[in-house]
Ligand binder design. Structure first.
Ligand SMILES: [Cu+2]
Length: 97
């Protein structure tokens, strides 16, 4: 059993009712231990058992409720981090530090 706690972006939420829908979809989804849906940040902090469920299944639950759970592309994320590092190094060189 492995518990994962991860924040996902949720699209299409516009009011407290939307939040309640997403919250319910996640709460009713097998393997979800806790979900904290946040309208202001358009996000959901989800704690789940990754042997029972998966990001893909969480996405299906939210998408079926009429909203969109965004699964970040891990590879893409790494590339962005790498790019950021490179530009910081570039700035450091530029300022001679
Ligand atoms: Cu709404």
């Amino acid at each position: 059993m492995s518990i994962i706690k991860k924040k996902y972006r949720i699209e299409n939420m516009m009011c407290a009712m939307c939040v309640a829908h997403v919250q319910k979809a996640l709460d009713n989804s097998e393997g979800v231990i806790s979900a904290n849906v946040n309208l202001a940040n358009n996000s959901a902090l989800i704690e789940y058992d990754n042997q029972i469920t998966s990001p893909q299944k969480l996405k299906e639950a939210v998408d079926n409720a009429g909203y969109v759970l965004v699964i970040e592309d891990e590879g893409k994320y790494d590339t962005q981090t790498e790019e950021k590092k490179n530009s910081i190094n570039f700035l450091k060189k530029l300022f001679g530090r």
